[in-house]
Design a protein around this ligand. Structure first.
Ligand SMILES: N[C@@H](CCC(=O)N[C@@H](CS)C(=O)NCC(=O)O)C(=O)O
Length: 223
């Protein structure tokens, strides 16, 4: 039975999984959960898939898994993919950046996105102090990343891994939530290189952008 992946095509978290699945050649049946209509926040969604009301969610037979990083590791394990790292040393370096990315990186972009995009869509004022706090955290982490990526094409080793996908995820909303990433030249060069050399990363960017462009223009929202 084909595995099912629940999520919205505008989601940067879903993009992490669709990108990895394309690269690994894993077939997934996509099930759209319209986040602009709050479809992940229903009692039914929360009790069947994720009590936090968040996507993506993978369903593989009796296994129901949320958290994109866990889903990607599950898929990589299934097909024994080098995306999880080719050696034991690489695998732990990949895990290090994936955990780091969850705790010290992506969460602050979510905050900036919620303030700049979410609140604009809802017609609410942004909390400038919250944005300033999150941007300070982003700049501090980006400085470390920028140094790490000096003279490197990939986060770990000499090929794309799940670490690149997790750390690159915030670039999905860069033009809408406008986090201060353009101040970091090595980070930008790494991201541009991923878009040029990893076709799946470029294809999934287009999907996210199209979904947002269509929604924002139909809602008459300018960011
Ligand atoms: N830590 C989670 C984050 C998931 C997440 O924030 N998903 C967002 C879309 S990018 C969502 O489903 N939001 C729905 C909502 O807030 O109602 C992961 O990595 O999967």
């Amino acid at each position: 039975m084909t595995m099912k992946l629940y999520g919205d095509p505008g989601s940067g978290s879903l993009r992490r999984v669709t990108t990895a699945a394309k690269i690994m050649g894993v077939e997934l049946e996509r099930v759209k959960v319209d986040l602009f209509k709050g479809e992940s926040q229903t009692d039914e969604f929360k009790s069947r898939f994720n009590p936090h009301g968040l996507t993506p969610v993978l369903v593989d037979g009796d296994t129901v898994l949320y958290e994109a990083a866990a889903i990607n590791l599950y898929l990589a394990d299934k097909v024994n993919s080098p995306l999880a790292g080719k050696t034991k040393e690489e695998r732990f370096q990949v895990l290090k950046w994936m955990f780091w990315s969850g705790e010290q990186w992506r969460i602050f972009f979510t905050t900036v996105f919620d303030e700049r995009v979410g609140k604009t869509v809802m017609g609410l004022p942004q909390d400038e102090a919250v944005v300033a706090f999150a941007e300070g955290k982003i700049r501090a982490a980006a400085k470390v990343l920028d140094e790490h990526l000096k003279n490197r094409e990939f986060m770990v080793g000499n090929a794309l891994t799940l670490a690149d996908i997790d750390v690159a995820a915030p670039f999905s909303q860069i033009d809408r939530s406008k986090p201060p990433l353009r101040e970091f030249p090595n980070l930008m060069a790494w991201q541009d290189n991923l878009l040029k050399t990893v076709p799946a990363w470029a294809e999934t960017k287009e999907e996210v952008d199209n979904r947002f462009d269509t929604f924002l223009s139909s809602a008459g929202v300018e960011l």
